[in-house]
Design a protein around this ligand. Sequence first.
Ligand SMILES: O=C(O)C(=O)C[C@]1(C(=O)O)C=C[C@@H](O)C=C1
Length: 669
Amino acid sequence: MTELNQLRIQITKLDEKLLKLLAARRQLTTQVGEYKLARQLPIRDLSREETLLASLAQKARVYQLSPRYVTNLFQLIIDDSVRAQHRQVQQHHQQLPQQDEPLRVAFLGNKGSYSNIAVNHYFEAHSQPLVEIGCTTFNSIIHKVEQREADYALLPLANTSSGSINEVYDLLQQTSLSIIGELNLPVDHGILVKHPIEITKIHTLYGHPQPFAQCSQYLAQYPHLKFEFVDSSSKAMQLVAQSDDLGIAAIGSETGGQMYQLHSIQGNIANQKENYTRFIAVARRPIEVSEQIPAKTTLVMSTGQHPGALADTLQVLASRQINMTRLESRPMQGNPWQELFYIDVAENVESQSMQQALAELTRITQFIKVLGCYPSAELKSAHLSPPMLASQPINAIQDRPSVISRQQEAPLSSLIHKPEQTTITVGNQTIGAGHFMVFAGPDTLEDQERLEQCVEMAGDHGAQVIHGACFKSSSNPYDYQGPGLAGLDWLQQATHGKGLLNMTEVSHLEHLRQIVAHVDILQIGAANMQNYPLLKAAGNTTRPIVLERGSVASLDEWLSAADYLLAQGNQQVILCERGIRSADHQTRSIIDLSAIALLRQRTHLPILLNPCDGVSDPLDIAPLACAARLLGVDGIMLNIHPNPSQAKVAPKQSLDFDQFAQLMTKLYQ
Ligand SMILES: O=C(O)C(=O)C[C@]1(C(=O)O)C=C[C@@H](O)C=C1
């Protein structure tokens, strides 16, 4: 045996001893984790870490080792135990049962894609077996989880070289899934080939558009290369592995390439040498993060468009010492000139400061929603300054003040929560706090021509919103039921380009997306006031919502339903009184004018009145509307029809055009 071999045997033995020691150290830190968990102590103890590192730095010299080398090495070891303790605490906090069932995780691409590598990193500490569900689009990944075909999804959100992945941000606008975790994956792109070859001999390079963007500077040196874009890096590797053409290559990670027996002829080719991709894990249910570990919260919000609107919202965070770690903006879908802001903060959503900030933000934003609160992937390392490495005395670092549990806040719709009246601006029209709005249109859409007549009439006399139901649920199922979703195009075409807004009722959850794409304002009818799944979904949209009072609902029940909408994120809720059931059968319902006076004392939300169902003669509509105007409603909703006697629905509850014109003059006197 050569001397070298003998030395190597000794090194191997020592390394094994080191491994055993590391495992024993890990066991001890797990016990420390249990101790801290039982006593609700913060996991991280930076002062202990600094003392430990400073003492190791000092001892390093005794063994003629570099203090920097020793502290860097031990920093890695300590970080590993901190991460393990974080998982320990969080698993206990979530009370995750020990399960043998496999975890089904959806991601982009196939074996070897960056997302696949991220999945394996993220779930490496889970004991459950993984079922990897490779998908070809981000949309299908989200769909898999929404449809319960997967438990989690991992999605790339941003890269340090190429920036945000807009498609994923846009999908977050629409999904009901919550962010439950994050991962920062170092991404090392390389050129992968079947048999080692010089890059000048390669003619075509396959890859996902993201890696191409991230390696643009390196690739610019080889203008002869033809780029072929494919769905994922794994697809590119697969193509190269299966082809007999030795002049093709894939752009991807070395680890991924190994799964396809590919060789990396050039690594580390990204524009930024520290190239990271931030992934998020999403699931159907949000998680609660233990206050013992650092958390992040992601919010999405839209502000008004007045000067300083965004600065005002950021000030709410800054004044509470909430650290914003990322701000991203994307055009709002359906409202391309309005922006949605995605904000990450290094704060637990349950902390007192965050709860106060959220309450404040609901008062000044048009839409605000928490996309998720999750354990932070970033660890702040104990910092040893050069004098500390030289073994100076160490000052203890102050712990963060402990987080106080969530406060019971006043209802979101109440004047206690928000003393000033809410105004809602859509396009160039505003309702609330002295801005009056008239909604006019046929009770139920009949045909395009009659709708256009109504639009012309309503617009000429100062109405701002055109409404009409696509689906009518009358008391008799054999009565006219409306044109269905075809009416959405009629509404859009009739109001488009005329400075008028449109509104229709959402009565079926499955129609919501399509309706949101066509109309400016959503209406939730009396029959659906307590349809909570519908409220939940509508409250997640960015469209203003008119919430009608249920025909037997008390004010408290109605306001609770409004609170539920507000709690989903949508701060643009308008209450609409349209009458309640009475013992009398001459009218469909009795208009509760007292409710308007009472609501004024209780809520900041704009209030509408629709008097039409409270009459048996259309001539009574005008006095009721004027009475409500005196009581301080913010708007009136009216049924109009070119020829009410021929209306398929509500003939006696609709104004003809003359009656409408007269009423409008009175309302605006
Ligand atoms: O001593 C502790 O409190 C530990 O949890 C152990 C340990 C370590 O690995 O040495 C880990 C985390 C703390 O921040 C400090 C030190």
